[in-house]
Design a protein around this ligand. Structure first.
Ligand SMILES: *Cc1c(COP(=O)(O)O)cnc(C)c1O
Length: 343
């Protein structure tokens, strides 16, 4: 597979900005190269543009090579960069599933790239044939989200494999919720598929949404383009330090995930017993999609009681559905007690 053939000509030809921290690496007696203020260490200095130390930690945790990782200001940054690298505005297009995460189409609009939506099947299953049928010679990217937001289900592995094998372009699998899922990540398959890009984030299972740190994983060849196009200092030092420290607390994170998974099971059982519930969709994420009798009415009543869920009523195939995040035991109890009074 010739990856360079999918890349925009201007990006192929791009000579990236070379910053002071790229040109000299190591310890010096005097850093007089970047017009920094010498006072106020360590935050007076520009941060490592390649986040070497943090990537080494992530690589050990995820069993990938540090060179297979790009870090962004949340996953939103690699989502946007994917368009800027592969899709010629006004000419190329991307294909995504529906319903799914909204940022894929918003970033397509921002970049003036056509976004084609393929409805998922019954129970939000992926049909690879239908997705491939929506592509043409100008399709550069297929967006998949597994576990999918807002439906919560994992996309079928064999169907995803069909896309990876047969699509002549990049396939993104967004695994924002993978740490809550019962199946393994696609990270283990990076070396098998040169057109695979996996997205993960520290915003959900790792409980660091405010820190804004997302990850893109791909082959070294693909990642070179992301590194060329990203802002040189896109991950600030405070974030690099904070995430690095939290990565030492794997056991604590694991046990918090376990609590959320237990709470998820309890929440599903409670939801199923409510008079206002029509259907609780199976989930591999830290949220549940629930079809209720009247999503708009119930959403409004919950807001009046200062409980905020996500109303997905207007989303394709999500009529009368609320998306409910698994909270603390207290929050979940509050929600259920409130819903119990609604029909
Ligand atoms: C929450 C979420 C993300 C994470 O976005 P960040 O910018 O990393 O906070 C990515 N993809 C999906 C599908 C999500 O639901």
């Amino acid at each position: 597979m010739n990856i360079a053939a999918f890349v925009r000509p201007n990006i192929l030809a791009l000579k990236p900005y070379s910053c002071a921290r790229d040109e000299f690496k190591g310890e010096a007696k005097a850093f007089l190269d970047a017009n920094e203020n010498p006072f106020g260490a360590p935050y007076n200095r520009y941060p490592d543009p390649r986040q070497t130390a943090l990537k080494e930690k992530i690589a050990r945790l995820k069993h990938v090579r540090p060179t297979q990782i790009m870090l962004g200001n949340g996953s939103d940054e690699p989502i946007d960069l994917t368009y800027r690298i592969f899709c010629e505005p006004g000419k190329d297009n991307a294909v995504g599933i529906a319903p799914s995460y909204g940022m894929y189409s918003v970033c397509a609009d921002i970049n003036n790239v056509e976004y084609r939506e393929v409805p998922l099947e019954e129970n939000f299953e992926l049909n690879a044939r239908k997705v491939l049928a929506a592509t043409d010679c100008n399709t550069k990217v297929i967006w998949c989200c597994s576990p999918n937001n807002p439906s919560g289900n994992l996309l079928n592995r064999n169907e995803l494999r069909v896309l990876l094998n047969e699509f002549n372009g990049m396939v993104v699998i967004d695994e924002a919720y993978i740490d809550f899922a019962s199946e393994a990540s696609w990270l283990g398959e990076l070396d098998n598929y040169p057109n695979l890009i996996v997205l993960q984030t520290f915003s959900k299972a790792w409980a660091m949404a405010s820190v804004r740190c997302g990850m893109a994983f791909a082959s070294e060849e693909v990642l070179e383009y992301y590194n060329k196009v990203k802002y040189p200092y896109n991950i600030n030092l405070l974030t690099q330090e904070f995430v690095s420290k939290r990565l030492d607390e794997v056991a604590e994170t694991r046990s918090r995930i376990d609590i959320l998974l237990q709470e998820r099971t309890k929440l599903i059982v409670s939801l199923q017993q409510l008079p206002c519930t029509r259907k609780v969709y199976p989930t591999d994420a830290n949220f549940v999609l629930v079809e209720v009798t009247d999503a708009n009415g119930i959403y409004k009543k919950l807001v009046e009681e200062a409980i905020v869920v996500r109303n997905r009523h207007t989303v394709l195939k999500c009529g009368n559905c609320l998306r409910i995040t698994v909270g603390t035991p207290e929050e979940n109890k509050l929600l259920i007690e409130s819903l119990r009074t609604m029909a």
